[in-house]
Write a protein that binds this ligand. Sequence first.
Ligand SMILES: [Zn+2]
Length: 212
Amino acid sequence: MSNLSDQITQFRNMVQNDPENELGHYRLGQLLMQDNQHSEAAESFRQTVGISPQFSKAYQLLGEALVKAGKNDEAILALTDGFKKADERGDLMPRDAMGKLLKEIGAEVPSFAKTEKTQNLPDGPGGFSCKRPGCLLGNRASRVEIPPMNDELGTQIMENICAGCWSGWLKDYSVKVINELRLNLSDEKHYLEYDRHMREYLGLEMDKTPKI
Ligand SMILES: [Zn+2]
């Protein structure tokens, strides 16, 4: 994974060999966006949501890619659809980002059902609230009992992420990331890729992650 075009080639091969790999399509889309290939990126995000219609963040990126490609009509369709799906699921961050984008391109924002905010609530009785976007427990959540790792990220997880969200990552999504992206965590570059997905899943700051 030395540079952008190599990474693009690598992920293109991956999805060609394994067309049902939604994370492969998703990552390819992000790389194509970085490379300013917006129409191509939109195609990858379309594949992602075709396989995983509940993947609201992929709808958001699909909309962004279409807008950057100058395809506002298609963007409106994708964003409206994605907005509704994100609303149903309570994925408020992607939903609100899609609403903002719809407004920016002069389209109508669908009305939404879920207004309950679980983010930035005052701490609950346990003196804690989960900051993961989409956490269903919010300030009723409980902390992770011991830091999952002995570094700054472990501390961030302890302070911000509830036990339920952490185990959701660990037991379910992380396995998917490792398997679908065929990561070997003893390889540093693969570990960084894993770390990126983990931070994205948990809604933690990305800026300390080195770019690869
Ligand atoms: Zn949580």
